[in-house]
Design a protein around this ligand. Structure first.
Ligand code: UD1
Ligand code: CA
Length: 478
């Protein structure tokens, strides 16, 4: 029988104290609601309906690419009212309906599957997922009769002293049969909060002689993220699970607790992550790669075995097999490093394409450039890509040599095999096989420094520069 999922996500989330809707606050690199949508997709539902209200536009825009539909709840009149907002989107649906909360990201695939299996096995009208806590203050409590059957859910505000002592609490996650909308429509708001409580549906199911099942799960999976303290706790739980998942898949994590991997990251087996590594966003790391200590890789595709040495930052880049980066390198968005490229320390690359085997070993800036095969981009060389208003491109063709401390003022093309002498500033193209040099001719003044040092040491404190003194002494005619 087909299954639909309804995710309640219209609430404000006042305790976040945020201009951003609660559902968009992130844990382990995904918005809270994103985690719930992932779980819903795993249930292989025929339709997923997300009820939005507060911050609806931002939420709907954020998840526009997901296989879900949105239904608006313009006024937040309670959970039953929110649920009923899904009725139009699920018109004609005859199977079960699973209700989840958009701010409750920790339940596992197993917990949801177990609840569904229990619901089907019991041929239940309604299954409620519950937790048990020493002190369940604040939550709706599960009231059972002398036969241990669930008869009612009582909210904190309405609970008697005896009911407040009940340790079993309502997670707010339910599985309903197809009569849910018809029953929810009968719920009133005759309570202290003047809200339409979805919890009231339980008694309606019982009145229709449909079995109600409580499926107990770990409370730690059922708790929502209502403020930043709970958000941080959820983040920690999710990140621990992510670490374990990757280690079980064959990824080595050295000192796992120091490594932060977003839920959205994919890693192949036989990858090594050293301490302090952060992998974020849409990053993918292919087998054989090594990410060195304290490096951060964001929204990047490491397509082959790549070595990122410690303290490097890689963002929005595609990196091919056999390339090495760092230590202390910065690779910025729009960069493609082909196979066997070598990027050394204190090199910054932005929006550039380095072809196979190109090298920039030390202290260089390459921006808005195309760097050909076997090009050596030496220490201290830079592309001057910005004129104060616009960006311009630099092209260095295969086999060209860019000497140390060279400035290539873009737009400029250095043609194949050409040689730019150290210290030169080039403003016009260099033809194939040419030498480009803009240095002033060197002057040598013999003995100039001997006079200089002699004069300086006349007034210097005794003991200063002993090596130079000795050298000057040794040059005096005896
Ligand atoms: C609800 C349950 C309570 C349970 C608790 C678990 C009811 C009446 N009570 O209480 O038994 O122990 O959850 O956390 O259901 N929402 C909407 N529209 C609304 C109201 C709520 O979309 O009009 C959404 C919220 O965004 C949230 C979820 O529903 O994701 C729960 O709402 P919340 O107000 O937190 O319910 P509680 O009063 O905590
Ligand atoms: Ca709540």
């Amino acid at each position: 029988m087909s299954l639909a999922v309804v995710i309640l996500a219209a609430g404000q989330g006042t305790r976040m104290k945020s201009a951003m809707p609660k559902m968009l606050h992130q844990a382990a690199g995904r918005p809270l609601l994103g985690h719930v949508i992932e779980r819903a997709k795993e249930l292989e539902a025929s339709k997923i309906v997300v009820i939005t209200g507060h911050g609806a536009e931002a939420i709907e825009a954020h998840f526009a690419a997901e296989p879900i539909v949105f239904a608006r709840q313009t006024e937040q009149l309670g959970t039953a009212h929110a649920f009923l907002c899904a009725q139009g989107a699920l018109h004609g649906h005859t199977g079960h309906v699973f209700v989840l909360y958009g701010d409750t990201p920790l339940m596992t695939r197993e917990t949801l599957h177990n609840a569904l299996a229990a619901h089907r096995a019991a041929k239940a009208g309604m299954t409620v997922i519950t937790g048990v806590l020493e002190d369940a203050t604040g939550y709706g409590r599960i009231v059972r009769n002398e036969h241990n059957e669930v008869i009612r859910i009582v909210e904190q505000k309405a609970a008697s002293e005896a009911e407040k002592a009940i340790r079993e609490w309502n997670s707010g996650m339910y599985i309903f049969d197809s009569s849910a909308f018809q029953l929810a429509a009968q719920i009133g708001n005759n309570n202290a909060a003047k809200e339409y409580y979805l919890t009231d549906i339980l008694e309606l199911y019982r009145q229709h002689n449909k079995p109600v099942v409580a499926q107990i799960a770990a409370s730690s999976e059922l708790e929502g993220s209502n403020d930043r303290v709970q958000l941080a706790a959820a983040d920690k739980v999710l990140r621990d699970r992510i670490r374990v998942k990757h280690m079980r898949n064959g990824v080595t994590l050295r000192d796992p607790n120091t490594i932060y991997i977003d839920d959205t990251v994919t890693i192949e087996n036989d990858v090594i992550l050293e301490a302090g590594v952060m992998l974020q966003g849409t990053t993918h790391i292919a087998t054989g790669s090594l990410i060195g200590a304290y490096s951060i890789v964001t929204d990047s595709q490491l397509e082959g075995a790549v070595v990122v040495k410690p303290h490097s930052v890689v963002e929005g880049a595609v990196v091919q097999d056999g390339t090495d980066i760092g230590p202390f390198a910065r690779i910025r968005p729009g960069t493609l490093l082909e196979a066997g490229v070598h990027i050394g320390n204190f090199v910054e690359i932005k929006n550039s394409h380095l072809l196979e085997g190109a090298k920039a070993g030390h202290l260089a800036y390459i921006g808005d450039a195309s760097i050909g095969r076997e090009v050596n981009f030496s220490a201290g060389a830079i592309t001057a890509n910005f004129d104060g208003l616009d960006k311009h491109r630099t092209t260095v063709e295969d086999g060209a040599f860019i000497g140390t401390n060279v400035t290539l003022v873009a737009p400029i093309t250095i043609h194949q095999g050409a040689f730019v002498a150290a210290g030169s500033t080039l403003t016009t193209d260099l033809t194939e096989g040419a030498l480009g040099v803009t240095r002033a001719t060197q002057k040598t003044l013999d003995g100039w420094a001997i006079k200089y040092w002699t004069r300086k040491l006349e007034t210097a404190k005794a003991g200063k520069l002993p090596i130079i003194r000795k050298w000057l002494e040794s040059r005096k005619p005896s």
